[in-house]
Design a protein around this ligand. Structure first.
Ligand code: ATP
Ligand code: MG
Length: 683
């Protein structure tokens, strides 16, 4: 035995020692191992038997070693036999077989007039039926992340081509392949060995003709943005992909395989139906409704996040019932797939568990996450705090782009990173139920009737939209992605345009940190819009996009500022002060010779006898006052005020208070939260 062969066999024996159950896979399925073992078998039988004996010692089953032995005998027979027998093309016998045009039957196999697969070569198996129906390998699938190979078998039964995908080890062992009988393949323990043999031969004979697909567990962009998985379709921007085997089309190289049934169902929603032109004709009637069009643009912006290097973000439409919110969400969904949540759609309601929402988000890499009706969280839990948590946590989770490792059905907990835009709806802005300022910076919240009015005419518009998109959907997104892929050379320019617009937008006038962050999301959508129009030239070009964006931007700004918790708290405390100002010692009290007794007061203000004043100072009971007025996290509110420059401070211990001298109190200084009159007046 050569030293190379020796090294190979030693290494192989070591691998088998660590994984005795993968013996067949490592010795027969692997071409190189099988060839090397055959060399050993034919040239150095004692060494071969030594290998078998070591394998048995290492817990390889007797059945597996006999299978290898049988394989070696077959190899030996084929080496000595003439190869002049004509190997028939599958399609010359069964033209509609879903295999590549050039796939051939393995040597010595034929398809009988009854469409059975029969072995007609030498040996005692001569005349055996490998299968009663024509059965072929349709594709082989390799999962990089799981390091597992799968095989798809296809067979003709009762005039229909059936298929089944399973781990490849199933077709390598008779005892496993017999289990496929429950999938409809006519296999019993009688023909199991013959079928294993036939499929093994078929795969070897057609290597290079059987599509080898790479499996991904995420939808949207694949690694390095080489292509885009939209449900079952793999878009590369090149020639049409299909798996029919026609030589003028490219075979798909990548396909989605969900980690669990939830992922698989989500993926099934990304599909197309009806006509693109019908979809366009209805969308073209909607350019007078800025919120509606913005929602469609946001949905189509998702593939650009990765390309621009932009952050994930969330948007929500809120308004009382029957104003067209869900219809807007369906429009957003119709860009990519089935918009009806009652069908197999990727739209979900907030009724879903937060675990499901996290899992769904982590599957998306350039596609929108659409969740309808935040009210349903409330109904689901019947418990208001739950609603706050689920919506707020989801907003944070989406904008972080990370699902914090949750268990899957398979029991594996993974942390998935993803790129998406969450498009949501509800009867009220979710800000109302959240005092977390961070949510405002991550969520474009639009409060208003998306279709501007609620009347009979508008109802007709809404119902027409619903009607058309229920039949015609799933074309625009695919067209856009093809355009993006075809214009790869433009990507650096697009990214630069985004960076410039983002910079420009965050420098418009005086903006709070929240507004600046929201502005960057508008920059993402704003940069994507001209590219969307270039990709979908059927959308109207005469409509001015700038006013649409400006309208939506001012709605978002207003909503972010309006119910901002710091501002709300300040308004509440100001009203509260005027109802309770007798509890505050004043300059007027001092001049009226009223003695300051600390325990009688909860603060000080400098109001003089004429009623003029410049500030109010609150003692530490302010935190309780905030709490009793519904602000459960007073520290957050005080920090919020400080960040806005609303608290006048000095070097007092807490950093939020000021030492204020109390008149007539023997140089006594009180630490107070001080807010100037000008601050109250500015709101
Ligand atoms: N702007 C509108 N004017 C009149 N009728 C409308 C309007 N919007 C929606 N509707 C009616 O309400 C129905 C439901 O629309 P849709 O589901 O989009 O509303 P929604 O705002 O999501 O309501 P809900 O808050 O109940 O979920 C439509 O089929 C239509 O008949
Ligand atoms: Mg609705």
């Amino acid at each position: 035995m050569s030293s190379e062969l020796n090294d190979f066999i030693t290494k192989l024996a070591e691998e088998i020692k660590n994984a005795p159950k993968r013996f067949i896979e490592k010795t027969i399925v692997d071409d190189q191992a099988r060839t090397n073992l055959y060399k050993l078998y034919s040239n150095d039988r004692p060494a071969y038997l030594g290998f078998i004996s070591v394998s048995r010692d290492n817990h390889v089953s007797l059945v597996d070693t006999i299978t290898l032995e049988r394989q070696m005998k077959l190899e030996s027979r084929n080496q000595t036999q003439s190869v002049s027998i004509l190997q028939a093309k599958v399609k010359s016998r069964i033209p509609e077989a879903p295999v590549h045009n050039d796939c051939i039957l393995p040597l010595n196999y034929s398809i009988t007039s009854e469409s059975e697969i029969k072995y007609e070569g030498p040996g005692k198996r001569h005349g055996n039926l490998a299968c009663q129906y024509p059965v072929f390998i349709k594709d082989i699938r390799k999962s990089k992340s799981e390091k597992i190979e799968y095989v798809t078998l296809t067979w003709l039964k009762d005039g229909r081509w059936e298929e089944h995908t399973d781990e490849k080890k199933v077709i390598a062992q008779a005892k496993l392949i017999a289990d496929l009988s429950s999938r409809g393949i006519p296999v019993t323990s009688n023909n199991a060995c013959d079928l294993v043999e036939y499929l093994y031969r078929y795969e070897r004979t057609n290597s290079g003709r059987i599509p080898v697909l790479s499996i991904r567990s995420k939808l949207g962009w694949t690694e390095n943005m080489t292509g885009f998985l939209l449900g079952k379709e793999y878009i590369t921007g090149e020639v049409n992909s299909d798996s029919s085997g026609n030589s003028n089309t490219k075979l798909p190289q990548v396909m989605f395989k969900g980690k669990d049934i939830g992922d698989t169902e989500l993926a099934e929603g990304f599909k197309s139906h009806g006509d693109y032109s019908q979809w366009v004709s209805v969308v073209n009637t909607l350019f007078d409704y800025p919120e509606v069009i913005f929602t469609i643009y946001a949905s189509l912006t998702t593939p650009f996040l990765e390309l621009f290097g932009a952050e994930n973000f969330c948007m929500e439409l809120s308004n009382p019932t029957s104003t067209g919110k869900s219809t807007c969400l369906k429009l957003a969904a119709s860009c990519w797939g089935e918009p009806d949540p009652r069908e197999r759609s990727f739209i979900r309601t907030w009724n879903s568990s937060d675990t499901f929402i996290g899992r769904a988000a982590s599957v998306l890499n350039g596609l929108p996450l659409i969740l309808d009706d935040t009210q349903l969280v409330l109904r689901n839990s019947g418990y208001r705090r739950q609603e706050e948590n689920v919506v707020t946590q989801t907003v944070y989770m989406v904008s972080s782009g990370l699902d914090k490792g949750r268990g899957t059905l398979g029991g594996t907990a993974t942390t998935g990173s993803f790129k998406t835009i969450l498009i949501s709806s509800g009867e009220k802005p979710s800000f109302d139920s959240s005092q977390a300022g961070g949510e405002r910076a991550r969520l474009i919240s639009l409060w208003g009737k998306p279709f501007l009015a609620t009347d009979e005419n508008t109802q007709n518009v809404v119902d027409n939209v619903k009607h058309i998109i229920s039949e015609h959907y799933g074309h625009a997104g695919a067209k856009l992605v093809k355009f993006i892929l075809k214009n790869r050379d433009q990507w650096p320019l697009w990214k630069k345009a985004y960076q410039e617009l983002s910079k420009k937008m965050s420098n418009i006038g005086e903006m709070s940190s929240i507004e600046m962050r929201l502005a960057s999301y508008f920059a993402t959508v704003g940069t994507a819009i001209p590219i969307i129009h270039a990709a979908l030239p059927e959308l109207p070009r005469d409509k001015h996009i700038k006013p649409i964006l400006e309208t939506v931007w001012s709605m978002a700004q207003q909503e972010a500022n309006e119910n901002e918790p710091g501002l709300m708290a300040l308004k509440v405390i100001y009203d509260w002060f005027w109802k309770n100002n007798h509890k505050f010692y004043s300059l007027k009290d001092y001049l009226n010779k009223i003695q300051y007794v600390g325990s009688n007061y909860i603060g000080y203000w400098d109001s003089d006898p004429s009623g003029s004043w410049s500030f109010i100072g609150f003692d530490s009971s302010l935190t309780n006052t905030l709490r009793s007025n519904g602000f459960n996290n007073p520290t957050e509110i005080l920090k919020n005020w400080k960040s806005k420059g609303w608290l006048t401070t000095n070097k007092s211990s807490s950093g939020l208070q000021k030492q204020v001298p109390i008149p007539g109190a023997d140089n006594m200084k009180q630490n107070l939260y001080c807010i100037e009159k000008s601050v109250f007046y500015s709101i």
